[in-house]
Design a protein around this ligand. Sequence first.
Ligand SMILES: [Zn+2]
Ligand SMILES: [Zn+2]
Length: 282
Amino acid sequence: MLLGAHVSSAGGIYKAVGRATELGCRSLQVFPQSPRVWKPAVHPDEDLARFRELAAEADTVAVSHAPYLINLAGTDPVTIERSEAVLAQSLRTTRGFGGLAVIVHLGSHLGSGFEAGLERAAPVLERVLELAGDGTWLLLENTAGAGGTMGLTVEELALVIDRCGRHPWLGVCIDSCHLYASGVDVGDAAALDATLDELDSRIGLDRLKALHINDSQMPLGSNRDRHARVGEGLIGERLSVFLGRPRLQGLPAVLETLGHDGKGGEDDMRELERLWRLGVGG
Ligand SMILES: [Zn+2]
Ligand SMILES: [Zn+2]
């Protein structure tokens, strides 16, 4: 696995690359804009070019995480319109810096049901996907399943991909904490393999392009999304099973629990060391 972390892009988005390589990361994730505002951020072309050069030099694979506000499946048309604008700009930015993917949460159908949510999300995804390509994917992240969030199971993710005509640049990102909270014990090889088998047959493993490595504060099947630092949650050392699965090797796999100041404080260094150790041992 190309182990790495979500790092800050403060002071210029290209600065994320140096922060990640200093921490020993082989992959990184950034926010292409502030994750909690609706205004799409436009980065100077020279910053994007700089990012591309630095990442190539460091041999680092970079992905973006789209803003958390996005809801493509909800019942409010204004929110969907704003979501489309920030997601589109996230794709432009990420393609601009040569990133592998933009990772997005589909959002919640807000009680209206998966089918209704899919009807609203699919046309937006299809328009936004016109901006993907040239090595930059749009990846749907699996969720823990709280509050009508879309993408709880492999089957739900597959239905979205099918509905978008199996677009060549539409794939998935699997988060180990969300998978655990959704009821799949990622520390158990047989349980994890059953899910990967399903993912392979329904979606295709060639569309699995990135992983999020988080431990979980909440129990198996709790449908609650609370990340824990690697080794400090309920998955614990058994995270090495997920990290060691043969079919997941070669993928960028980022921690989302480091302090986002990117300074690599003591807690962060301890967590990274645990990750390196579990990743090698698995
Ligand atoms: Zn996410
Ligand atoms: Zn995640």
